[in-house]
Design a protein around this ligand. Structure first.
Ligand SMILES: Cc1cc2nc3c(=O)[nH]c(=O)nc-3n(C[C@H](O)[C@H](O)[C@H](O)COP(=O)(O)O)c2cc1C
Length: 324
């Protein structure tokens, strides 16, 4: 088998295939299977500020009579948060005891708050890195694109100031100038970017005339956006890039690496096919490397990035020829 080792956000990985944050990275027994099948690292299920806030409110309603003061609410909120953080820390240290691959803790950040502080606790419990899942959406027309950019950048600055361990950000692709935002995140000193998160997809149930949940897992043709932006930006920035969304096989992983990714994060394919999917992806990367006589990932990483490749292939958005 070819040498699949790679360096990502300052971590040495034995394979570029990382299992992304989600339902497979909650239970340690599942994570052991992911490691056994060749995962290079795992990103733990995110701790969600939004969810904890909701649970605090629910609890607050139940104990309404006793918790009538703002201070009580704050106190209750801090207890609920501490409870969740403690549970997360237990899971993390248990994973750390049982796995030898890097474990990246994940925080879903909706607003700037105390969450960055918890990163310290995660590091003390053994996290090898922190991934911040930052995906704001605003339906408020008064908020400009400039304001949205300011928010992500001030968030990243604050995170970088407080978090000294390897730090990555998982972002969405909808910025008025994505290349500028990526460049600025690099200047701030973020170690790696995950391109891109796949957001929850709302849908409509026509039978019951209600809102519904769209497809939860990605399809194998959803990787084009990650591929394009990895190719466009990998040669422009110091930070590492992990491709994400729609990476279902080794060939697609290889495409992302050729575009300049140091690693890929996969989830849907493993949810669908089981942990064996990771082994299959590793085998396919290895077969490609043997066929093309590449002895290491770094030998072909970025070979087709915009910087290396020139031309406008990665910037093309229109189909020039539609007939004939
Ligand atoms: C059921 C489910 C739960 C997820 N939970 C999280 C999460 O807690 N934090 C996060 O950053 N991403 C979460 N994701 C997003 C995945 O980590 C990943 O970014 C996305 O599924 C795209 O990758 P894929 O095409 O390989 O599935 C979740 C995805 C799914 C399907």
């Amino acid at each position: 088998m070819a040498d699949l080792t790679t360096k990502y956000m300052g971590l040495e990985l034995k394979s570029p295939v990382i299992v992304g944050s989600g339902p497979l990275t909650i239970k340690v027994s599942d994570m052991i299977k992911l490691e056994e099948n060749g995962a290079g690292a795992v990103v733990l299920k995110s701790i969600f500020e939004e969810q904890i806030d909701k649970e605090t409110d629910k609890g607050f309603e139940e104990f309404d009579e006793y918790l009538t003061h703002t201070e009580s609410h704050e106190y209750f909120q801090s207890l609920t948060k501490d409870y969740h953080i403690e549970k997360y820390l237990d899971m993390l240290s248990d994973a750390k005891k049982n796995l030898s691959i890097p474990i990246i803790a994940s925080i879903n950040c909706r607003k700037m708050s105390s969450w960055i502080e918890y990163a310290d606790k995660f590091i003390q419990a053994g996290a090898d890195g922190i991934e911040l899942n930052y995906f704001p959406i605003t339906s408020d027309w008064r908020v400009t694109g400039e304001e949205m950019d300011k928010r992500i950048l001030s968030f990243a600055r604050e995170a970088r100031r407080k978090i000294s361990c390897p730090l990555s950000m998982k972002i969405g692709s909808r910025y008025s100038s994505l290349s500028n935002v990526i460049h600025m995140l690099d200047e701030i000193g973020i170690d790696a970017l995950v391109l891109f998160n796949r957001p929850f997809r709302p849908d409509v149930d026509l039978k019951n005339l209600t809102t519904s949940v769209g497809s939860v897992i990605s399809g194998p043709d959803e990787y084009a956006e990650a591929l394009r932006w990895t190719a466009l930006m990998s040669g422009e920035v110091e930070m590492d890039i992990a491709g994400n969304t729609g990476i279902h096989d080794g060939k697609t992983a290889v495409k992302l690496i050729l575009a300049g990714a140091s690693a890929v994060e996969v989830l849907s394919v493993v949810m669908r096919d089981g942990a064996g999917a990771i082994k299959k992806i590793n085998d396919e990367i290895s077969t490609f490397m043997d066929e093309k006589k590449f002895s290491s990932i770094s030998e072909f990483k970025g070979m087709l990035a915009q910087e290396e490749n020139g031309g406008d292939a990665w910037e093309r958005v229109q189909f020039l020829r539609t007939i004939g």
